[in-house]
Design a protein around this ligand. Structure first.
Ligand code: Z5A
Length: 221
């Protein structure tokens, strides 16, 4: 079916990196971008919540430990940040043919607000579809690490309070279990990587996965 007149064709590739707190997403996307750059592939890095001015402002609200927020209020803030991210950053970059990596995207809402907070997953999926205008990642790397290990890493890095990171261990375990369920339900898109290993082993697996995926995509097109 032809694309709607006026809707740009998204020729680029959209890869997301997901996982619980301290899984190593930020570390990984930076190193991956360097490796891909050395191999001649320019990468655009972005993240949620953030990536736009509205996203950055909403991020400081949603993570502020002094702010009391209901679970749905929290959800709307993430969705608003995502809607601006899609409209202002992701769609234009993909329309221009870029290779885009986002540190977190819509699976985080399903895992944190759905599995972690216990909100209705089907409703969250519908709201994600609205906020993203239907834009799904082509490939997702899920960094899987036990919640205790991830939290120990983030707490060793900084003692700063964080409204979501400071939730109890049971919450973070539900989030991680939620991510694994999402991966089991969408094995074509979501590749699980054991992120409890050292950063260079995680990078080697992630790089091989992305490279294979990019080559397969080039062969198919
Ligand atoms: N959230 C949500 O609830 N719903 C949503 O829809 C979205 C997000 C989009 C974002 O805050 C918060 O919002 C997040 C989910 C929620 N929860 N919290 N809190 P954030 O961006 O500040 O938090 P984060 O995404 O979890 O980032 P993080 O805590 O920095 O984790 P990370 O990016 O996965 O890890 P890192 O920064 O790469 O590494 C953490 C530390 O571990 C650092 O000192 C590294 O040097 C070290 N590290 C990294 N990899 C390794 C390995 N392999 N071994 C040992 N040490 C490592």
């Amino acid at each position: 079916m032809p694309a709607d007149a006026g809707e740009p064709v998204l020729r680029g590739a959209f890869i997301t990196v997901e996982g619980g707190d301290g899984a190593g997403k930020t570390t990984l996307v930076r190193s991956l971008a360097e490796c891909l750059d050395r191999a001649g592939r320019r990468v655009r890095l972005t993240f949620e919540p953030g990536g736009t001015e509205l996203g950055r402002r909403l991020r400081s609200l949603v993570l502020d430990p002094k702010l009391e927020l209901g679970d749905w209020d929290e959800t709307w803030l993430f969705l608003s940040a995502r809607a601006s991210h899609v409209q202002e950053v992701l769609k234009p970059a993909l329309a221009a043919g870029e290779l885009v990596f986002s540190d977190r995207y819509s699976d985080s809402t399903l895992a944190y607000q759905g599995h972690g907070r216990g909100l209705d997953i089907d409703r969250l999926r519908r709201l994600n579809a609205e906020a993203t205008q239907g834009l799904q990642p082509d490939l997702t790397l899920l960094l899987d690490v036990p919640a205790e290990v991830g939290l120990a890493r983030t707490r060793a890095r900084s003692a700063d309070a964080d409204r979501i990171g400071d939730a109890d261990l049971a919450f973070h375990r539900r989030v991680n279990a939620g991510f694994r369920l999402l991966a089991a339900g969408d094995a074509e898109r979501i590749v699980v990587i054991d992120a409890s290993r050292d950063a260079s082993s995680v990078l080697a697996d992630a790089y091989a996965t992305v490279n294979d995926w990019l080559e397969a995509r080039a062969t198919d097109s």
